[in-house]
Design a protein around this ligand. Structure first.
Ligand code: FAD
Length: 279
């Protein structure tokens, strides 16, 4: 079983120590990687860099830096990459990203990379060892059509992506259908399911709306009445996540990427259910 975890940089530099402590708990489970997100439009760039630098040390698995191109010049993006490469980072999640206000559709920066494909091709020709691309089992909100989206995904493979990580989803069939469609479209890259353990359902509803991930009725039902009950909400989130990963494992999935939201317990419970234990 191969597991990986995603962390995001804290809102202020003072919070870095706390995230490093969470990363230590996660690292005990021997993940293949820990990835660090990068703010939309390059926001919070320094905090991403600092967290990457703090984690890229003995005792932690390979650190993977997310990089987005939206709202930034090519020079800005290249400067950021140079900084990471100085830290020895050679694995990237290469993304287009969103416009800084998220409400507007993507428009390339006048002096920037034009798309995620452009960024991946650059990384591939500049020594990146792993390049992960984003994939959307339910379609990206800006997707013109399912077949155009699959063409775009195939183009990520051709541009040098080495694996794809999906947006989160709550139904196993959603992932399996997507994986079948991708395979019949000639996509041979590993497709790693992105798993979101939900501890705060109200927040999850908000960002699911923005990123186009649907929440099935049974998930609403499970969280009903738990609005003011963070403890039971977290237990419910852990149970749902455990069910989801166990069902995926039954379908032969062997790699899981957890969107931890900087909280170790729910993801680690799911890992234990998969038979992954701390060393
Ligand atoms: P792309 O897949 O390149 O484009 C988005 C969609 O637009 C495509 O799926 C497709 O539907 C359509 N499209 C674009 N070009 C074409 C084309 N030529 N032909 C047809 N259709 C096209 N955001 C952050 O700000 N920071 C992060 O650290 C971050 N980490 C993420 C990690 C993962 C695993 C995922 C899945 C998402 C992450 N995001 C992050 C969110 C991501 O930036 C947004 O979802 C963004 O809107 C899309 O980025 P992308 O690289 O997947 O875009």
């Amino acid at each position: 079983m191969n597991i990986s975890f995603e962390l995001f940089p804290p809102a202020t530099s003072n919070g870095i120590g706390k995230v490093v402590e969470i990363a230590r708990q996660l690292a005990d489970f021997q993940p293949g990687m820990i990835s660090v997100t990068y703010g939309a439009g390059g926001s919070g760039r320094e905090r991403s860099s600092r967290l990457v630098a703090e984690l890229n040390k003995p005792g932690f698995p390979a650190i993977t830096a997310h990089i987005t191109l939206s709202g930034q010049s090519k020079q800005d993006v290249l400067q950021q990459m140079d900084e990471w490469q100085e830290h020895g980072v050679k694995r990237f999640v290469a993304l287009r990203g969103d416009m800084p206000d998220m409400a507007r559709p993507f428009k390339p920066h006048g002096d920037g990379f034009s798309s995620s494909l452009d960024l991946m091709a650059h990384l591939a020709s500049h020594g990146a060892e792993e390049i992960y691309g984003g994939a959307y089992p339910e379609g990206h909100p800006e997707s013109p059509s399912q077949s155009a989206e699959l063409d775009h995904l195939k183009a990520k493979q051709d541009a040098g992506a080495t694996a794809l990580i999906t947006q989160y989803f709550f139904e196993v069939d959603c992932f399996l259908r997507f994986r079948d469609r991708a395979e019949s479209h000639g996509i041979t890259l590993p497709i790693i399911p992105g798993i979101l353990p939900v501890a705060n359902f109200e927040k999850a509803k908000g960002f699911s709306k923005r990123c186009g991930a649907s929440i099935p009725q049974f998930v609403h039902d499970r969280f009903a009445g738990l609005h003011n009950n963070p403890h039971e909400s977290a237990l419910m989130g852990a149970s749902l996540t455990a069910e989801l990963v166990m069902e995926l494992a039954d379908e032969g999935v062997e790699h899981f990427h957890f969107y931890t939201l900087n909280r170790a317990d729910l993801s680690l419970t799911a890992c234990r259910m998969l038979g992954v234990r701390p060393t």
